[in-house]
Design a protein around this ligand. Sequence first.
Ligand SMILES: Cc1cc2nc3c(=O)[nH]c(=O)nc-3n(C[C@H](O)[C@H](O)[C@H](O)COP(=O)(O)OP(=O)(O)OC[C@H]3O[C@@H](n4cnc5c(N)ncnc54)[C@H](O)[C@@H]3O)c2cc1C
Length: 408
Amino acid sequence: MNDTAETQNVPSQPDVVVIGGGLAGLTAAAVVAKAGRSVVVHEKLSVLGGDARSVDKDGFIFNQGPHALYKGGRAEQVLADLGVTVKGGQPPIKGGLVFDGKVEIAPAGAPTLLRTKALDLKGKVEIGKNLALLPRLKADKYNDVTVADWIGDLVSGERPAEMLRSLVRLATYANQPDQLSADVAITQLQSALGPGVLYLDGGWQSLVDQLATTAGVHVVAGEAIAELPDAPAVIIAAGGASTAARLLDKTFDVGPPAGASCLDLGLSRRPEMDFIIGGDEPFYFSNHSSVAALAPTGQFQAGAIQYLAEGDEPDADAIMNFARKAGVRDADVMVSRRLHKMTTVSAIPTASRGGLASRPKVTDTGHDNVFLAGDWVGPEGHLADAAVASADAAAKAALAVLEQRVSV
Ligand SMILES: Cc1cc2nc3c(=O)[nH]c(=O)nc-3n(C[C@H](O)[C@H](O)[C@H](O)COP(=O)(O)OP(=O)(O)OC[C@H]3O[C@@H](n4cnc5c(N)ncnc54)[C@H](O)[C@@H]3O)c2cc1C
């Protein structure tokens, strides 16, 4: 539990009850509290933060798997409005791309595209053309197109297609090209290859701590909410759709989850490469301490993951083998932690449903005073950006309900 979160003097009849103390619930609570309304967050675990929490293992700060905040995304904007300080470093867009077990230069711009041996000349021309066109694409036009079909239309060769699929995996945390809608992929790629991402000093816990200690946010932890509370306004921010469905006795038509198996590493020696991704296999490795304060001085914190499609089983040896390709030696590993099977996206936007715009709305609860927030809610953003965007919208909807009560 956050040391300074307000767990005493919890109001018994707050204006707003928030269910879930993850990034979405804490953001919603902070927006409500900043507007001068009383708010209580109920979190079922004894710790706050959900998938945005971090742990300290012998001085190495591990997020719940590798986390990167998209610069210029909704999360960064809303957090800035709330006065949350976002400190960290931006990893450069350069690294390795692994094909046939060999690390090649990842093409991220003209010079690396020319130098890489990962693609033949035709592949380089196709990738170069499409990366140049990417910033101008209107993502919402691709809401009913799968990532597989979109990429199939862009390039003719298998290698360039694999490379684009690997970039989409990286930017979306989803390995379901036959289902994922291309609008999400395009939005995320435009952001990742444009403004870029931040690895956060002190991990994402730094966001959780600041949100939880916003003046006026009260917290009750260690107890799951099993019934819809009776309060002037309620925000359900309990992770994926299943808890909301149970509390509301309602079904939501959402896409399947996406997952990953994660290996966090505390290292005594800097890896030979700070960043590599799999071209023909679904793996990622990154030295997050290359740009962010996440490890003791002279030591390094890195994360490796295997992206899981539905039905895939985690392969712990394969994840470590991938880290070895970046030059991690077994003797360098001081601390490690496995997160066997994590849900990275609770419900991916699918082309068959109509992409981002088809996600449930914050108001889709059947109650005038109950609102939804999470990565599966609302038309904006993906991953944490969706969680925070919907939390902000849910909080504003709750505040509007309170305003109406006063003026009636
Ligand atoms: C391995 C991994 C890597 C990721 N990487 C990135 C990344 O690089 N960039 C990015 O933007 N996003 C990333 N994400 C996604 C990001 O972490 C999530 O989108 C975000 O944290 C979701 O926040 P949330 O509050 O909606 O849900 P959660 O974090 O799931 O929080 C929900 C909270 O509600 C609580 N709860 C559930 N039921 C109840 C109940 N009945 N009563 C009370 N409390 C309840 C849960 O205990 C939990 O604390 C990653 C996720 C994972 C797993």
